[in-house]
Ligand binder design. Structure first.
Ligand SMILES: Nc1nc2c(c(=O)[nH]1)N[C@H]1C(S)=C(S)[C@@H](COP(=O)(O)O)O[C@H]1N2
Ligand SMILES: [Mo]
Length: 513
């Protein structure tokens, strides 16, 4: 009896190590099982996704603002740190009172199991990794505890310590090995990438006009007018990117329609394709931010498919849904008017990259991504704004998201030190579907000067601009504002990204030597 209460510092350390080791083997085995039976049921991914879906929108804004596109790595790291803490604590509690620590680790397994089963699109074995995690953690912890608190006087103390070390390290190493094998196995299921690279997309019936030579000012540091796929910003709620085999893909159009339409990949590829440049922007893009990119998209006009389904005249919205349960609410007129709202399959001449929605996504000129650009899209529900709401609308963002008139200074970089004399100020301006007519720049709140505008590809894309500047030594403030094709001047009134996009002038400081 008495030896249980005589817990020393060493006992606590060993118990914490046992807890950690149990957690590592549990995670390793569970990730291995997930990799083999159902990659999207990975405990890390489902708990992470659950947190993303539950998180208040301020937390997500903060995450995007802090980590940008690295927000997911930060989240996984955060979960790992919490897990380490909980596992160590579970070890210590287990050594004080058998059953307490294993109950905690077991509960984490149950949490992963439940989180996996309630994910949209959960497969028949979604529960298995969580179950494996829970059972492995409990068994490992109870086993290891025997080496932390050995039966007294059976062996010499140094022998007991060696036994403890061997077991704890051995169990953790097994977990790490399972994790590594799981990664390899996951890589093997990555053959969707192989399917993607083998694909040949049809040529467009309506080709995109060539990018005018005068669209690209070729200024070092200025964003290129067409964004390469590898540099295109990525924003989504998917911790595990959906991997959809085109052969398994279909799109269902239903709701307030005369007839439901289901279209398969093979069928989609037989339809006439349009190719067009469209600049996609995220509503979370801060003034001066880089959550925006421009690509040449290949796809079939959504209006044709909606016409085929026969839209009810009372409908005013299409709720698009992805394979992983994300939804976006798009005003029906943006999908039925003559703009090129596409069911896109190609991006800059290639099949969509997997993280940009392979095999099929939506692209709608003039609307922020969160209300229009559904990746991995599998469903279009024709409905009404007063009857359904989308993922981000349920989290405090506006139900409609037309892109705001914006401009950005790319050159010089904020805070950059430049030499006195001939310099250039350059940047980008956009209001997709409306178009940009001009950009004005002022230095140190002096008079506004009209910048030279490059040739825009179209009203649906951003446009480059530049202004020669004779830089005098000292600190300077540079600001810019755009004028739309409608004659509107970009407002100086600052607004936060929530609920419908940032606004205000981009303002930078530079120092001239
Ligand atoms: N399935 C799915 N589609 C999505 C999202 C998402 O979270 N899930 N995010 C949207 C948002 S907020 C934006 S800004 C764009 C970004 O597209 P990109 O990652 O290809 O740049 O995708 C949209 N489509
Ligand atoms: Mo977004």
């Amino acid at each position: 009896m008495s030896h249980a209460t005589r817990t020393t510092r060493g006992d606590r350390l060993r118990s914490a190590a046992a807890g950690l080791s149990a957690a590592v083997v549990a995670v390793g085995l569970a990730e291995l099982v997930a990799a083999v039976v159902e990659p999207s049921a990975s405990p890390f991914a489902v708990i992470g996704s659950g947190l993303i879906d539950l998180a208040p929108s301020w937390a997500k804004d903060a995450a995007i603002a802090l980590f940008g596109t690295g927000d997911k790595v930060a989240l996984i790291t955060g979960i790992a740190i919490v897990l380490v803490g909980v596992a160590a604590l579970a070890g210590i509690l287990e050594s004080r009172r058998a059953g307490v620590g294993s109950a905690i680790l077991g509960a984490l397994g149950v949490l992963a199991l439940v989180a996996a089963m309630i994910r949209p699109g959960a497969g028949p074995f979604a529960w298995l990794p969580g179950l494996v995690a829970g059972v492995a953690a409990v068994v490992a912890l109870r086993l290891l505890m025997r080496t932390v608190h050995p039966v007294p006087y059976l062996r010499a103390e140094h022998e007991e310590r060696r036994r403890f070390l061997l077991w704890t390290v051995g169990v953790a190493a097994t977990g790490l090995a399972a994790l590594a094998i799981g990664n390899v196995a996951r890589g093997a299921t990555r053959s969707i990438e192989a399917v993607r690279t083998m694909l040949r997309l049809p040529a467009p019936i309506t080709a995109a006009p060539a990018v005018p030579a005068a669209a690209e000012l070729d200024i070092p540091g200025l964003a290129s007018v067409v964004t390469p796929n590898t540099e295109f910003y990525r924003i989504d709620t998917a911790l595990i990117v959906p991997r959809i085999d085109p052969a398994d893909w279909s799109l269902r159009i239903h709701g307030m329609v005369e007839r439901e339409v289901v279209i398969t990949w093979d069928e989609l590829l037989t339809l006439p394709m349009t190719e067009t440049h469209v600049t996609l922007a995220c509503v979370s893009n801060e003034v001066g931010g880089d959550l925006i990119g421009n690509a040449r998209w290949l796809g079939h006009p959504i209006r044709e498919l909606l016409a085929r389904a026969g839209v009810d005249s009372d409908a005013d919205m299409v709720l698009s849904r992805s394979s992983d349960g994300f939804t976006a609410s798009t005003p029906i007129e943006a999908l039925t008017d003559d703009r090129d709202a596409l069911l896109a399959v190609g991006m800059n001449g290639d099949p969509l990259p997997i993280e940009h929605g392979f095999p099929v996504r939506m692209v709608v000129p003039g609307l922020y991504g969160y209300v229009s650009a559904t990746k991995w899209v599998t469903e279009l529900q024709v409905t009404r704004f007063d009857q359904a709401s989308a993922y981000w609308t349920d989290r405090g963002w506006s139900e409609r998201g037309p892109v705001k008139l914006q401009s950005r200074i790319d050159v010089p970089r904020p805070g950059q030190r430049i030499d006195a004399g001939d310099a250039v100020i350059a940047g980008m301006a956009w209001q997709q579907h409306v178009g940009v007519d001009g950009v004005e720049v002022r230095v140190d709140e002096g008079p506004w000067r009209r910048a030279e505008l490059a040739t825009a590809i179209s009203a649906d894309t951003w446009v480059q601009w530049r202004l020669p500047w004779t830089a005098e030594s000292g600190a300077h403030t540079i600001e810019c504002r755009a004028i739309s094709a409608d004659g509107e001047t970009q407002t100086s009134d600052p607004a936060d990204v929530v609920p419908d996009g940032a606004q205000g002038w981009h303002r930078i400081q530079v120092s001239v030597a």
